[in-house]
Design a protein around this ligand. Sequence first.
Ligand code: HPA
Length: 280
Amino acid sequence: MNQVYEKLMTCFESVKKKIDFVPKVALVLGSGLGDYGDSIQIEQVLDYHEIEGFPVSTVAGHKGRFLFGYVENVPVVIMQGRVHYYEGYPISDVVLPTRLMRLLGAEILFLTNAAGGVNFDFKAGDFMMITDQISNFVPSPLIGPNEEKLGERFPDMSEIYDKDLQEVIRCAARELDIPLKEGTYVQLSGPNFETPAEVRMCRILGGDAVGMSTACEAIAANHMGMKICGISCISNLGCGMTDQPLTHIEVQETADRVAPLFKQLVTKTIVGANKLLEGK
Ligand code: HPA
């Protein structure tokens, strides 16, 4: 038996004993968005600790729980706190929650994060819609025996970030009058921030933003056939692009400052994404 799959099913069965909610959209909250759940109609809450075998995040300030509820009548599951590869978990554990949300019914995965800008056109506080990604600096979550029930061995990656959902995000930003950048997200392992040379490397490779999450989750979700979209809050410029050293506090402060706008963008995107699912 495939151990990764077995663990996933243990978690799934543990959740099903407690939760009967069927989400359409799965939302992963990045830095700054942690309290997004306060503004939605919550039906059920499930702490990660309550799920048998579930990886629990150790990052200070990251709450670890699933919220099940409605964003303007759209049934959603929200991950309040994600698990990062740098915490020491195997990459299969890092993407277990993503897979679980798919098994619970979510068809769309909406990824958010705080990221460093490596594109000189960006500034702290910008939003970047993710159009593509580079993830080769962390192991693929699909390494190991393939579980055909989840997806195929060699999944196509030509359009991980769904083109229609990208258009939904563009429209949402336009309607809210929020300037929107677009670009490629590079996932590095962290937890150290990049050196100036690594930031240059990301730029030379074609990256626009760099962070420590997201791309692995998108790979696992794409494997399972989900429609994916993502937005990065550019919380800072990459190391070496300014004279200032970078701190986690700066990342958090910028993410918190622009959070009200980010929340509006997330809500409008979810409503638009649901219309897309319903074929309206
Ligand atoms: N690098 C990596 N991850 C990040 C950054 C950064 O500059 N900012 C926020 N998350």
